[in-house]
Design a protein around this ligand. Structure first.
Ligand SMILES: *Cc1c(COP(=O)(O)O)cnc(C)c1O
Length: 396
């Protein structure tokens, strides 16, 4: 079932079974109402400010700037938010919306567990029931996050179908939503899936670029020359880009996980290696095998190894408004270590992909130019894996 709503160029749309149409229509109508409701927006702002700790800092990375010897570098510190990443912006927005719609139960998918933990957090705060679908493979690899979700009062359902990873968890959550629409909201974790999700999630994450713009105007009296963010599904990136889309002089750069390289099969770089397709309710670019099946993807960063990209990014790529670049595991790990040493900030390995690209371009830019890098999350969760990558076993 498709129609023309929710298109970004040729991408997006609603490629879903008839049984899900009522749910997405109800969601779209509710969102169209509440997004302009002053009371909804006041409550959301209060949750952002008082609970999540917004606005997040825009930090001038002076040592990094001097060390790289080119453009002035600012870091947008989403890692300082409650629960340690940008994901809280989306889940607070969706949970509040669901509550206004009279829903009492949230369901969510999770890969590494970050979106599951964020959803469990929002559900605990707003007094809602929560069920998180997680590939069985991932529940073993991310046992600590499974514990966190249960501690927060959430039920974690291991998904055994397919490769028992993130894409199967998304499929299972969609199936569950179909069977229980009356009291349940599907809290989707990135700017993907059928309309209206890519728009809703973008709007809740757009607070990132709204703040960047205000903070940089305050500090420098001008706009940045480039904004750089990592891209999995693309929520922190579109959130970082959104309020600059009309400012054509601001370069927007999304960093995809190249894994072991875009010339290998162990990659998750969708724009570099994928093709147009339809999956998880949307038209976009996806990593596919020679038969058009969704290809297994790989990255050292669990948060970036999704085989697709949000439809708005696919469109920004088509029009050339944003540029998408691949960053390998090795480059990301070096950037992870670099930021720790240089600024005393341990970034999420996802965010390290954005830092790696800034390290490449800052030195060849002028000293009067400005780069903003979004640090989408903090890196405590990644330390054991990075140590292992470097051949050290620290018995987490
Ligand atoms: C989940 C996650 C990402 C990837 O998700 P997007 O929707 O692409 O933002 C990036 N960074 C961190 C820290 C994450 O937890």
């Amino acid at each position: 079932m498709t129609n023309q709503r929710g298109r970004f160029g040729i991408h997006g749309g609603q490629y879903i079974p008839e049984t899900l149409m009522n749910a997405v229509i109800e969601l779209e109508e509710a969102y169209d109402h509440y997004k302009n409701d002053p009371e909804f927006n006041r409550e959301l702002r209060e949750l952002f400010n008082e609970y999540a700790g917004r606005p997040s800092r825009l930090y001038y990375a002076e040592k990094m700037t001097k060390d790289l010897g080119g453009a002035k570098i600012y870091l947008k510190r989403e890692d300082l938010n409650h629960t340690g990443a940008h994901k809280i912006n989306n889940v607070l927005g969706q949970a509040l919306l669901a509550k206004k719609m009279g829903k009492t139960r949230l369901i969510a998918e999770t890969g590494a567990g970050q979106h599951g933990v964020a959803s469990a957090t929002a559900a605990a705060l707003l007094g809602m029931e929560c069920v998180v679908f997680m590939g069985e493979e991932d529940t073993v690899r991310q046992a600590l996050n499974v514990y966190r979700m249960r501690l927060l009062g959430t039920e974690v359902v291991p998904v055994k179908s397919g490769t028992a990873t993130l894409k199967d968890a998304v499929s299972e959550a969609m199936r569950e939503w179909t069977s229980r629409i009356s009291d349940t909201h599907y809290c989707l974790g990135s700017v993907m899936g059928p309309h209206p999700f890519p728009t809703i999630v973008r709007d809740f994450q757009a607070v990132i670029s709204k703040e960047i713009k205000e903070q940089l105007l305050d500090k420098e009296g001008r706009l940045p020359d480039a904004v750089i963010a990592c891209v999995g599904g693309g929520s922190n990136a579109i959130g970082s880009f959104y309020h600059f889309l009309e400012d054509r002089e601001v370069k927007l750069i999304g960093c995809e996980a190249a894994g072991r390289g875009i010339d290998t099969f162990e990659t998750a770089a969708t724009i570099s290696t994928g093709r147009e397709g339809i999956f998880h309710g949307m038209k976009s670019y996806f990593c596919q095998d020679q038969y058009g099946q969704i290809a297994p993807v790989y990255s050292i960063s669990a948060g970036l190894d999704y085989p697709g990209i949000g439809p708005e990014h696919a469109h920004l790529h088509d029009t050339g408004r944003a540029q998408y670049v691949p960053v390998t595991d090795e480059e990301a790990v070096c950037a992870f270590e670099y930021l720790a040493r240089t600024e005393g900030i341990i970034p999420a390995i996802e965010s390290a992909h954005a830092i790696a690209h800034a390290i490449k371009i800052a030195p060849v830019m002028n000293k009067d130019q400005i780069i903003v890098i979004t640090i989408s999350g903090r890196g405590d969760k990644d330390c054991a894996a990075i140590a292992r990558y470097r051949g050290e076993d620290i018995h987490e």
